[in-house]
Design a protein around this ligand. Structure first.
Ligand code: NCD
Ligand code: ZN
Ligand code: ZN
Length: 346
């Protein structure tokens, strides 16, 4: 049995740090193990210009603990009004690494999102010219489409035509949750990749719905049935460079989750590498954890791989029932249970 695993320092290619008072905790949780992270722009109001991204980055940087070399890689939130000029300015200013498509109404803080893809064609063309990837929350929002089908329908109706129209556009399908998404990505060109979260590797909808409703497993896209979990485990551990780490760690205060209308999002940053190690070990694939966590994402984004390392050690760690989050508290993924790995502190 592997007891220690030294790997290149990983990066998180999908992370919500939020803003204001909570940055102290969210930044510290990610900066401990990750070298870099792609920072989601779904603040209120959203991060839609290079100027806003640069200011947000400065607020994040204030909270990076001493001794950590963590780098936030900023993104812009696409709206119906994102022009080609906004895109080229973002590239020129240097802090922005990608732009994010939230279909309006699809998820947390997406009401300012895109109402129809044609509206962002000029922005997408500018992204191709400026070598900026498109990050996608891939779900349709029509009321009559069942929530469990929304990712698959998005691929058929929107992603396939988009990829046909713009084959040179680099696209990351974020937080994939279905076997159809894994198949789409695996069969697409090298310009198409996907991130996979720890919760979608470790859980399926039974964990959320059997024996009482568990709001802390509620995230979007929603957990699917176990055959999809299985397909994601296969994809993540397949050795394909198209699938890489993106936690989608998305903290909401305890009260906002444990509510009659609970928010979507799981807070996983504090134990992210332990979660992924557990998932990979369940597939006998710990030897593929490093490439998924530390190589493929950087390669896809055209970034150098990190040169330092972290060491995962087999150890049982209790997950607290809650953690501080600004003036409130957050219930972490696997609260009250145990992690089987920890990252050795140096
Ligand atoms: N994944 C989630 O359920 N929530 C995310 C938004 C997102 O990534 O879709 C959030 O910002 O809370
Ligand atoms: Zn999303
Ligand atoms: Zn997210």
């Amino acid at each position: 049995m592997t007891e220690r695993l030294q790997i290149t320092r990983p990066d998180d290619f999908h992370l919500h740090l939020r803003d204001g008072k909570v940055l102290k905790e969210t930044v510290a949780a990610s900066a401990r193990d990750f070298g870099r992270a792609i920072i989601m722009p779904n603040l209120r109001p959203p991060v839609t210009t290079a100027q806003q991204a640069t200011e947000y980055k400065a607020r994040i940087n204030e909270h990076i603990p001493a001794g950590s070399a963590f780098q936030p890689l900023m993104t812009l939130y696409l709206t119906d009004n994102t022009t080609a000029a906004i895109v080229s300015e973002a590239k020129a200013m240097g802090d922005v690494y990608a732009l994010k498509l939230y279909p309006a109404g699809a998820t947390t803080n997406s009401d300012a999102g895109v109402t129809s893809l044609e509206k962002i064609f000029p922005a997408l063309e500018a992204m191709i010219d400026n070598h900026l990837p498109l990050l996608v929350h891939g779900e349709v929002t029509e009321n009559h489409i069942d929530i469990f089908d929304r990712e698959k329908v998005f691929i058929d109706r929107h992603l396939l035509p988009l990829v046909d129209r713009y084959p040179e556009l680099k696209v990351v399908m974020e937080h994939i949750t279905t076997k159809e998404a894994a198949q789409f990505v695996a069969g697409a060109s090298d310009n198409i990749a996907a991130t996979i979260t720890p919760q979608h590797l470790l859980y399926n909808r039974n964990h959320m719905l059997v024996g009482g409703i568990k709001p802390h497993f509620y995230c979007l896209p929603i957990l699917k049935r176990n055959i999809h979990q299985e397909a994601l485990l296969q994809a993540a551990t397949s050795g394909s460079p198209k699938f890489f780490l993106g936690t989608d760690s998305a903290p909401h205060a305890k009260g906002a989750k444990e509510s009659s209308c609970g928010c979507a999002g799981c807070f996983s940053a504090f134990g992210a590498m332990a979660f992924y190690a557990e998932a990979f070990e369940s597939m006998n694939a710990l030897n593929r954890l490093e490439a998924f966590s530390s190589h493929y994402g950087a390669d896809f984004y055209g970034l150098p791989r990190n040169t330092d390392t972290i060491t995962l050690v087999r150890q049982t760690v209790d997950v607290p029932a809650s953690l501080p989050l600004g003036d409130e508290e957050v219930v972490p993924l696997k609260a009250g249970e145990q992690l089987h790995w920890m990252v050795e502190s140096v």
